[in-house]
Design a protein around this ligand. Structure first.
Ligand SMILES: [Zn+2]
Length: 347
């Protein structure tokens, strides 16, 4: 059936899309990094719009406090502590069986990107920022420039949001902010809260720009940075320089600082009482062996298809296949690392 008569008929009727644009969407591959509030909104919109392939990467599990704004998740996902990428992929498969969705329960690191996209032929057509932290955004910035992939930055906190298209040849995030802001300087959802319409506003910008880029309407790309405050009812776009900063190492292709930074073994999750621990280890942790070893020594030990959960030393652990872990109830990376060594260990 031609797309004009089928499920995409209303979208095809928009002259900027048409049959040819719809066909391009069907062949498009989009990487969404972070499947929380931003990522679930964009994944649902692009999956429904007929994007052929969606790759979802997220390191976290669904919790009850996510449900207020994170589309695609249900109460059962929070009860089961389902990984966000897995829960989102399952829901998307029910929304559009024609969309190929690949969930990755992982930390989006330089090594992850290189392993997932080993060649230019495998790389995505577009990357969408659904993260909650600047170190990952600078990683996306540098990786996308290196591989000539456009990406769309987005962030939202409280009643405000911001979003911006970063073309592969710049200007890039480093042209505007040469260094990532310190974590302490950034308001986050934990301290400032978040209203779902702020998410909807910035992801509407992201999805519209994604549809333009994926259908080849690059001349229509909105330049500059979109900002909004949904409480004030203010939506605006500020024009920025259209050429890269002369001293930007990334746009001049001299250096991609985030790609050579050493991986961190333990990192506090944005605004959360939780630390991700992922130290280098001699061999991967086997969850079945670990479960047997912990039996009787920890509380609430539970194995799911995706992870092993337990409570020890007053902290809740979620350990993923291979050995990466989230430790809840702790903020200090050193303390989390010590707890990890005690209960997961084997390093
Ligand atoms: Zn730049």
């Amino acid at each position: 059936m031609p797309a004009a008569q089928g499920r995409f008929s209303r979208q095809v009727r928009v002259p900027q899309i048409g049959e040819s644009g719809q066909a391009k969407l069907a062949h498009a591959k989009v990487l969404i990094v972070g499947v929380g509030a931003l990522g679930t909104h964009t994944a649902e919109a692009l999956g429904r719009a007929g994007v052929g392939q969606l790759l979802l990467v997220d390191r976290d599990i669904v919790e009850l406090s996510n449900l207020q704004r994170q589309h695609l998740f249900e109460e059962g996902d929070a009860t089961n502590g389902t990984p966000k990428a897995v829960a989102a992929a399952a829901r998307l498969a029910r929304l559009n069986s024609g969309c190929e969705v690949q969930p990755h329960v992982a930390d989006c690191s330089a090594a992850f990107l290189d392993e997932t996209f080993p060649s230019d032929a495998a790389k995505p057509d577009l990357v969408l920022d659904g993260t909650d932290n600047f170190p990952t955004r600078y990683l996306l910035n540098d990786w996308c420039a290196r591989h000539d992939v456009p990406w769309i930055y987005a962030g939202a906190v409280g009643t405000e949001g911001a979003a911006m298209v970063i073309p592969p040849r710049g200007p890039c995030l480093r042209c505007i902010w040469p260094d990532p802001p310190a974590n302490a300087d950034v308001a986050n959802c934990e301290t400032a809260g978040i209203l779902s319409p702020a998410i909807a506003a910035v992801t509407a910008f992201q999805v519209a720009e994604a549809l333009k880029l994926l259908t080849g309407n690059t001349e229509a790309t909105a330049a500059g940075i979109f900002t909004c405050d949904v409480w004030r009812g203010s939506y605006q776009r500020q024009e920025l320089a259209t050429t890269p900063a002369p001293d930007c190492p990334v746009c001049s292709r001299q250096d991609f600082p985030a790609l050579s930074a050493p991986p961190t073994a333990a990192v506090t999750l944005c605004g959360r009482d939780a630390v991700q621990v992922d130290p280098p280890r001699r061999e991967p942790v086997d969850l079945a062996t670990l479960a047997t070893r912990l039996q009787g020594a920890v509380e609430e030990l539970r194995r799911t298809p995706h992870l092993l959960r337990f409570v020890a030393d007053g902290c809740r652990f979620s350990v993923f296949p291979g050995g990466r872990a989230l430790v809840f109830g702790v903020r200090d990376p050193l303390r989390a690392r010590a707890l990890y060594d005690r209960w997961v260990g084997l390093g």
